[in-house]
Design a protein around this ligand. Structure first.
Ligand SMILES: [Zn+2]
Ligand SMILES: [Zn+2]
Length: 338
């Protein structure tokens, strides 16, 4: 099969990924082999490719927003059939036995592994997934529109929960890419007022089209104090900016896996009056199932830009340069081999 592999992490402009020929992977006894139909392009793929995240598996195939169909089934898997449509997401395995797993916080499991970082992901014709970590997908949404929900959507949902937005509250979103534009749709559907702070003109336009109340530049103040804010942009300089935009008792949640260093925080203007600053670490399967159900109920849809699988590098470059609004999705346009 054709697959992208990370030859050597470095700036995306230098082409750190290579499109190579590889054997179709063989699923382990508890895994599914998945024929990839579409794979979303997440900012984390960029962080993996550029070396912002350390190498966990040399030559890894990135990609953790996979929509595909089951092409082979490990011997111990009982609850899937050939041809079932499944989603493959970032969280790949946990031990299920540590204190975090046992208290329902498997996203904090020290033994957790991740698709497209610790194991080969979806920038390929085929990939594998532990059956217990695959998602069943609603039947009536197309592959491309679903793919970004599997990371951007789920992480945005966890970030929204971590932001503790009161019912009918005022939510600020810093950065408005793949994750934020899905999070905004869910918050709006549930009655929130949403303000967007982002540098891209196309993203600001999309925010207003989706029904957000305002859209201004990244460092500008929203028109009213915020009950909750989510920082999607991986820019530490925005942490104090967002904290200052919070009302008393407000919560800022930082959604990204990678953030540039934050400047020193000023206690009086940025933290006092019981403002909370929270991080978001991955997600639990429960988050994933809840979000996919809510997305189906409210019709949350990704705005997508498709690229053939062979043009993953161009998609990553366009993501880095902010060339599109919404999310990029790679489409596997090669004929099935099995
Ligand atoms: Zn664990
Ligand atoms: Zn992701």
């Amino acid at each position: 099969m054709q697959a992208w592999e990370l030859a050597r992490p470095g700036l995306i402009e230098g082409g750190p990924l290579r499109f190579v020929q590889r054997p179709v992977p063989v699923p382990r006894s508890d895994e599914l082999l998945v024929h990839v139909r579409a794979c979303g392009v997440c900012r984390t793929d960029l962080h993996v490719s550029e070396g912002d995240l350390p190498v966990h598996r040399p030559g890894v195939t990135p990609g953790h927003e996979v929509v595909g169909v089951v092409a082979a089934i490990g011997d111990d898997v009982r609850d899937y059939a050939l041809g079932d449509r499944v989603g493959v997401a970032w969280l790949r395995r946990t031990d299920g036995t540590c204190a975090y797993c046992l208290r329902g916080s498997e996203n904090l499991c020290p033994a957790s592994t991740y698709t497209g970082w610790d194991a080969d992901g979806g920038y390929a014709e085929y990939t594998t997934v532990p059956a217990a970590f695959a998602y069943r997908l609603p039947g009536d949404v197309d592959d491309v529109a679903l793919a970004p929900l599997l990371c951007a959507g789920i992480i945005g949902y966890r970030a929204l929960r971590r932001a503790a937005l009161p019912s009918g509250g005022r939510l600020g979103l810093y950065g408005f890419g793949g994750s934020a534009h899905l999070c905004a749709q869910l918050a709006l559907a549930q009655g929130a007022t949403v303000h967007v702070m982002t540098r891209g003109a196309a993203a600001r336009r999309l925010a207003l089209e989706l029904g957000c109340a305002s859209a201004v530049d990244a460092y500008d103040m929203p028109p009213e104090p915020l009950d909750s804010a989510i920082l999607f942009a991986p820019v530490g300089d925005l942490v104090p900016v967002a904290l200052r935009a919070l009302d008393r008792g407000g919560v800022l949640s930082v959604a990204g896996i990678h953030l540039s260093d934050t400047p020193p925080l000023r206690y009086e203007s940025e933290l006092f009056y019981e403002k909370d600053l929270r991080s978001v670490t991955s997600n639990t399967r429960e988050d994933g199932r809840e979000f996919l159900a809510l997305a189906a109920r409210y019709g949350v849809r990704a705005t997508t830009h498709t690229y053939p699988l062979s043009e993953a590098l161009r998609a990553l470059r366009d993501l880095k340069e902010g060339h599109f609004d919404g999310a990029a999705v790679l489409v596997n346009d090669l004929p099935a081999r099995l």
